[in-house]
Design a binder for this molecule. Structure first.
Ligand SMILES: NC(=O)c1ccc[n+]([C@@H]2O[C@H](COP(=O)([O-])OP(=O)(O)OC[C@H]3O[C@@H](n4cnc5c(N)ncnc54)[C@H](OP(=O)(O)O)[C@@H]3O)[C@@H](O)[C@H]2O)c1
Length: 246
């Protein structure tokens, strides 16, 4: 039983930018072979290989997992980081934005997990002694703020999914971890208009004067938790900028 990720096959969803990209690179630096799945074109970088996939489509997840396993030859670790945050008040929000968030954040993640499970079960029987599912949730899943009702609902849904799944998988050697970051400096908000962002930030007192985390801060935590000895499962981590408070 080893606590190294060297030689592991890893699929990171949402690896084209932000937190997912930082996680992919961090794990590759530790010697893992990583497939990074996203819609955008990505350059191969060392041990990180790109995979074009739309994980908001019903068939996109199963297909992406199958192609990742085809590239890697195995799957030891799934990191589900793909996500979208389209904010607005419920009364003004667009139904298609809600559909995007539920299909990528919630259904996309749960379908990737379902498709990955047979491969993870197989890997868990190998010399590493475990396999890992790491889901990137959000502090919004526990502390929803105005304008993020559906985003927060998808992240709260992931908490419930992960808590149930962890119990189902307890007899196996698959560890299930939920990582809930607070404000992190990525392009996640860029899909929203500057006016909407200004309006929402003005109402969210806690986000004033917050120095955000960097994607590398989150990647460091994920790399640490999948590097623990097989007998130790880190069930959840909340990562907050110090200035964001509790
Ligand atoms: N930034 C924060 O403050 C913060 C805080 C808490 C939690 N999070 C969570 O962290 C995760 C990563 O977000 P980020 O902050 O790193 O933002 P980001 O840079 O915008 O990353 C989002 C990633 O999701 C991918 N993605 C979106 N829709 C997709 C689809 N249909 N199919 C495949 N990939 C898709 C994007 O790739 P393509 O566009 O190339 O498809 C991108 O790689 C998300 O789950 C987010 O909810 C972020």
């Amino acid at each position: 039983m080893t606590d190294s990720v060297a030689g592991c096959g890893v699929l990171v969803t949402g690896g084209s930018s932000g937190i997912g990209r930082a996680i992919a690179r961090s794990l590759a630096t530790q010697g893992a072979d990583v497939v990074s799945a996203a819609r955008r074109d990505q350059e191969a970088a060392g041990r990180v290989r790109p995979l074009r996939a739309d994980l908001g489509r019903p068939d996109g997840c199963e297909d992406a997992v199958a192609r990742a396993v085809g590239v890697l030859g195995r799957l030891d670790i799934l990191v589900a980081s793909a996500g979208a945050m389209l904010i607005d008040d419920v009364v003004d929000a667009s139904s298609s934005d809600w559909q995007t968030m539920t299909s990528v954040n919630l259904t996309g993640t749960t379908e990737c997990v379902r498709a990955a499970l047979p491969h993870l079960l197989q890997a868990a029987e190998g010399p590493r002694g475990c396999a890992d599912i790491v889901v990137i949730g959000s502090i919004s899943g526990r502390r929803p703020t105005p304008g993020r009702a559906i985003y927060a609902a998808t992240k709260a849904g992931l908490r419930a999914f992960v808590d149930s799944l962890r119990q189902e998988l307890a007899p196996t050697r698959i560890r299930v971890s939920l990582v809930e970051p607070g404000l992190t400096a990525t392009g996640l908000r860029a899909a929203n208009s500057p006016e909407t962002l200004d309006r929402m930030t003005a109402r969210t007192r806690e986000l004033h004067a917050v120095t955000p985390l960097s994607p590398d801060d989150v990647a460091r935590a994920v790399t640490w938790l999948v590097s623990q000895p097989a007998v130790l499962s880190v069930s959840q981590i909340t990562l907050l900028p110090t200035s964001q408070g509790a």
